[in-house]
Design a protein around this ligand. Structure first.
Ligand code: PLP
Length: 349
């Protein structure tokens, strides 16, 4: 007996991905970066969209700097031969992979610098901390870098999505490092940092979220378009009589007789319970609000009378990141990265 291959079974969930929108977002961020090069953060499997699909499209458009978090993520992309940097640097466990040359490490700590130097590693990037107190060397550690072949010196903004005095403090602290190391390039801005203005761009920008349709600052809203559209298939259509309830704990009660569709979508698919009684879907311009609790693998939507819906139909789930973030209290980053896993990813083109 031969078993069916998992990949031969179409998933009842798909993530429709707009390749033109992705490239348009990268180009818009590139224009806002001025003379600086514009890279792409593709960690967390391309923020849930699929790092390979994202990277091949952006590389074809001219992107030459890609960032992942770990060496596992780098190894998964090695066959693409992309110019890659690994943001979390090198642990002991990473050294065989790191010395294979599939990516540059971004060295974050004195121990990482020593490890890389001792192994005779080649070109690297270096992260310096300018106030976020997350990853990175302190200014006092810069002497450790003497003689290292540094491609990019980077730092990361803590509050770029807000109008905070910390942005200018971090920018100034980073600008003061120009010429203090052998680094060929300097890089500070993430998506929101690009919107803070050209003073933040230095030689290379590193957007992630905005590539994928997130708008962390209002300055980006005109330029950035939605890329990811979750779609779920209808498993059952039913009539619910006035007064009946739908779903766990009977939180929603029908005020009139009407149609309800049960979708193959739940919190185990990354559709958080916070969408219970709040989220929505659409088909042919009609909106179908979520009714009742989101379950692990199922969600119910109310079907307007004028819509004829059948088992097997596909609905597009409301996923405007800013709107859904305000609705659920989840950050747009969480909303995107949660979608990995059970979805078939369908790129056009
Ligand atoms: C994730 C990340 C980015 C991208 O940030 P966005 O806010 O998604 O644009 C840039 N730089 C570093 C160091 C990161 O960790």
């Amino acid at each position: 007996m031969t078993y069916p291959a998992v990949s031969d079974i179409p998933a009842p969930l798909r993530l429709r991905l707009d390749g033109d929108a992705l490239v348009a977002n990268w180009r818009a961020l590139g224009r806002m970066s001025g003379a600086a090069a514009c890279g792409a953060a593709i960690k967390a499997d391309g923020y849930g969209l699929g790092a390979e699909g994202v990277a091949t499209r952006l590389a074809a458009a001219g992107c030459r700097d890609f960032f992942v978090a770990t060496w596992r993520e780098a190894a998964a992309l090695a066959h693409l031969r992309l110019p890659l940097a690994v943001l979390h640097g090198v642990r002991d466990e990473d050294m065989p992979a790191a010395l294979s040359g599939i990516a540059r490490p971004v060295l974050n700590t004195p121990a990482q610098v020593a490890r890389w130097r001792q192994a005779g590693g080649g070109a690297c990037d270096v992260m310096v901390d300018t106030g976020m107190n997350r990853l990175g060397l302190g200014e006092g550690d810069l002497a450790l870098l003497d003689g290292l072949e540094i491609d990019t010196l980077m730092s990361h903004l803590a509050c770029a999505d807000e109008d905070s005095a910390m942005n200018e403090r971090q920018r100034a602290a980073f600008a003061a490092l120009v010429g203090r190391t052998s680094a060929r390039r300097m890089s500070l801005a993430n998506s929101a940092g690009i919107a803070l203005g050209i003073d933040y761009a230095f030689d290379l920008t590193r957007p992630g979220l905005a590539l994928y349709g997130g708008v962390p600052r209002a300055e980006l809203s005109a330029a950035i378009v939605q890329v990811a559209y979750p779609q779920a298939q209808v498993l059952q259509c039913r009539r619910v009589a006035a007064g009946e309830t739908v779903g766990y704990n009977a939180t929603w009660r029908a005020s009139a007789d009407g149609g309800v569709a049960i979708l193959n979508l739940g919190y185990a698919d990354g559709y958080p319970r916070a969408f219970s009684d709040r989220g929505g879907a659409s088909l042919d311009g009609a909106r179908l609000p979520v009714v009742g609790r989101v379950s692990m693998d199922l969600t119910a939507v109310s079907v307007p009378d004028r819509l004829s819906l059948s088992e097997g139909d596909w609905l597009t789930i409301d996923y405007d990141l800013q709107h859904e973030s305000a609705l659920t209290g989840r950050s747009p980053y969480e909303l995107l990265t949660a979608l990995a896993g059970r979805f078939d990813r369908v790129w056009t083109p």
